[in-house]
Design a protein around this ligand. Structure first.
Ligand code: PLP
Length: 427
């Protein structure tokens, strides 16, 4: 408790009154320390009600790639608010969604260019799964309803997406009984795992709708890295066994790993890609499932039952699409990918001292993702110590990670890496 209100101000009354009413994510409401009351965000800083300012190492679950409150984001969202905050896409279309879809199609590799909007990453993945299953049905093939997904993976926390997360390590193992069974296996990192996956795809060919993977970095399942060769093997295996390849770029999309999309760096074009998180620059809920022509054509027919059977109420929300267009403007106008490169270099050096620490198993950096993996972890202690050091860092599993805004200054980034070195050096 002493850290929360270390300053002079009493907690604000909205906090005292509403605090126990808001059921927080992944939090034991009885024992978790109360959340920190936030009154403002700016750049890579979070301002607390007692006046303290924390340097944000997480960018609100990796969304706020331009930092908080970027003026261009604010102006464009406000402009859209004047004319039309929302109109449904049921039989209607508006400019922000049309422009955004056109721009995403131009940015994505290959012929990925048919954009289905939704409002969260989980739903975007769920739509990709439905798209893949219906792709086969529309092609007259029955029984292909299973997905191959990978250990260490995380694709969301709806029922469909929990079922394709890592079944043992993941946060969802309690719900096993609720979930349909999929084929969760090892990434094809070497000859043995590639041969095993090849066999699985052959043996279960009639049941498999697609292969689902987070390209280059498996995020919330443990911040695990793999290289482009793994993705090239997946593409080759998917083609050999005639199944669909789905890349979940909800985390990796929009520069996080160093290229605009992870699939660019790998030179691999999936059949379906999912986007979310940084799509709207960390401002409004928006996600997308983007299909290739091959997939889209399976739905293009005179039969109304061959239409894609999905439609979230707020899909393609005009404010969120305007935000995403503003975010893409910023990728064009400001040197985001150069900033990611600089962050990668600075984090690599800044986190290097962790390597020698007794409790540290691995230190890895890719793009604007920095990870320190520990052998044992005391998460409540670490969280409190980071706040005391003036930074916001949220360890999970056995890892401490940084996914800062791409606009973070060198000094703030040094405070983040310095705090991690300091705190992890403590006995
Ligand atoms: N897919 C990946 C790769 C993610 O990292 C996440 C969220 O962490 C999701 C899907 C789920 O997105 P959301 O939390 O917006 O539903």
């Amino acid at each position: 408790g002493e850290l929360r209100h270390a300053g002079s101000a009493d907690p604000p009354s909205w906090f005292t009154r509403g605090r126990d009413r808001v059921w927080l994510p992944y939090a034991q409401m009885k024992t978790a320390p109360p959340p920190l009351p936030v009154v403002a965000t700016n750049g890579s800083r979070i301002r607390l009600a007692d006046g303290r300012e924390l340097v944000d190492g997480v960018a609100s679950w990796w969304t706020a790639c331009h930092g908080y409150n970027h003026p261009h984001m604010r102006i464009e969202i406000a402009r859209q608010l004047e004319t039309m905050p929302h109109v449904m896409l049921g039989g209607l279309l508006h400019e922000p969604a049309a422009r955004l879809a056109e721009r995403l199609a131009a940015l994505l590799p290959g012929d990925l260019g048919r954009v289905f909007f939704s409002d969260s990453g989980s739903v975007a993945v769920e739509v990709a799964m439905k798209m893949a299953v219906q792709y086969w049905i529309n092609n007259g093939v029955r029984g292909r309803t299973k997905f191959v997904a990978f250990r260490g993976g995380y694709h969301g926390d709806t029922t469909a997406t929990m079922a394709v997360c890592d079944p043992d390590e993941g946060m969802h193992r309690l719900f096993k009984g609720l979930l349909p069974e999929h084929l969760i296996t090892d990434l094809p990192r070497d000859e043995a795992t590639t041969a095993a996956l090849d066999r699985l795809l052959g043996e279960r060919a009639d049941a498999i709708a697609g292969i689902l993977v987070e390209p280059l970095v498996q995020g919330a399942g443990g911040m695990l890295f793999h290289d482009a060769a793994v993705l090239r093997r997946l593409r080759a295996l998917a083609d050999r066994h005639g199944t669909l390849l789905i890349f979940d770029e909800v985390f990796t999309g929009f520069g996080r790993t160093g290229s605009m999309f992870a699939c660019d760096a790998a030179g691999v074009v999936p059949d379906i890609v999912t986007l979310g998180k940084a799509l709207s620059g960390g401002t409004l809920p928006l996600a997308a499932t983007v299909a290739s022509e091959r997939v889209f054509r399976a739905f293009w027919s005179d039969d109304p039952m061959q239409a894609l059977m999905h439609g979230p109420t707020f899909m393609g929300n005009a404010l969120a699409c305007a935000a995403a267009n503003a975010s893409l403007d910023l990728f064009e106008r400001e040197p985001r990918l150069d900033q990611v490169k600089a962050i990668e270099t600075q984090m690599t050096a800044g986190l290097a001292p962790c390597r020698g620490l007794p409790n540290v198993v691995d230190v890895r950096v890719r793009g604007a993702i920095g990870v320190v993996e520990l052998s044992t972890i005391d998460i409540p202690r670490l969280k409190a110590r980071f706040v005391a050091e003036g930074v916001y860092v949220r360890p999970f599993g056995r890892i401490v990670y940084l996914t800062p805004a791409f606009t973070i200054g060198a000094e703030d980034l040094a405070r983040l890496t310095g705090a991690i070195v300091t705190v992890l050096s403590e006995p």
